[in-house]
Design a protein. Structure first.
Length: 292
């Protein structure tokens, strides 16, 4: 971020000197430079805010993975306790050696199954995330958040990227991003797709829009119709829904929180048998190369 203190001092000094014979051209030039520096400062602040939002999303995903690891450790501890109990019983002559060996083998097999299933699930999530994001530019990734949780794909788009200000009409700048998302949806042709609109708590006052329920639903409907009419997505796969202000992901008491809550989510959901098939086809973790 550039320090604008020195240019401000220059401008202040120029104002003082202007009365002592500095030309108007020089004064106007300094004014222009000052305005340019103000614009650069505001752009830097916006980029910082977007980066912090992205970091928060990654921190949430990391917390979810840590919880998964904790669940596995708890399952292992329970099995270890069962094994210790069996050993104690065996020392007292209550369990024969053959049964104990069978229990140990069964416990090890179950633990191995849990670890393999989690590794495959993690690999699947990473592969899906890579496939979903590889066609998006760095600028688009600042306004599009993609997560894969338990085989369900969540694509969250900022409202200022999708819609005209205060409206539910799709903006021209959203066409390119929507075309890429439509390609993702077409790649997963058998999956169901839910388009979900969300707003902040600020009330809306527009003709034919009664409240945030209306606005969120109309925005979701606009995305559904664009995917159908412009990009050929089968409408039988699409569902439009609005959640108004009642599904926040941040505190509505701050401007940044409201910005995060004003979003449209595209949720791509496989059926259970399709998800299990993906788990079976997921590559081993060592074969996955993270996106740079």
């Amino acid at each position: 971020m550039k320090n604008i203190g020195f240019p401000i001092s220059i401008l202040t000094a120029s104002l003082l000197v202007t009365g002592c014979g500095v030309s108007k051209k020089t004064y106007l030039g300094l004014q222009t430079e000052y305005k340019n520096l103000q614009t650069q400062y505001q752009d830097s602040q916006l980029q910082l805010t977007e980066s912090r939002t992205r970091i928060k999303s990654l921190e949430d995903q990391l917390a979810s993975e840590r919880q998964n690891n904790a669940d596995l450790k708890a399952a292992y501890a329970a099995l270890q306790g069962s094994l210790d109990k069996s050993i104690n019983q065996n020392s007292q002559g209550n369990v024969n050696i053959s049964k104990l060996v069978d229990e140990i083998n069964a416990s090890n097999k179950y633990i191995k199954h849990l670890v393999e299933t989690k590794n495959k699930s993690d690999s699947l999530n990473l592969v899906l995330t890579n496939n979903l994001t590889r066609s998006l530019s760095r600028e688009e990734l600042q306004e599009v958040d993609v997560q894969v949780l338990k085989g369900v794909v969540y694509i969250s788009l900022a409202d200022n990227m999708l819609y005209k200000s205060g409206s539910y009409e799709i903006s021209e700048r959203a066409d390119l991003t929507l075309s890429k998302i439509a390609k993702i949806i077409q790649d997963y042709r058998d999956y169901e797709v839910l388009i979900e609109g969300n707003t902040d708590t600020d009330p809306i006052s527009k003709p034919n829009i009664r409240n945030n329920w209306d606005l969120s639903t109309l925005r979701a409907s606009s995305v559904v119709q664009a995917l159908q009419t412009k990009y050929g997505v089968d409408p039988k796969r699409l569902t439009a829904g609005g959640r108004g202000e009642y599904n926040p992901v941040a505190d509505n008491s701050t401007a940044l929180g409201k910005q995060r809550n004003r979003r449209t989510q595209i949720i791509i959901t496989p059926k259970l048998d399709q998800f299990m098939e993906l788990i079976d086809k997921a590559p081993e973790p060592t074969e996955v190369t993270p996106v740079q």
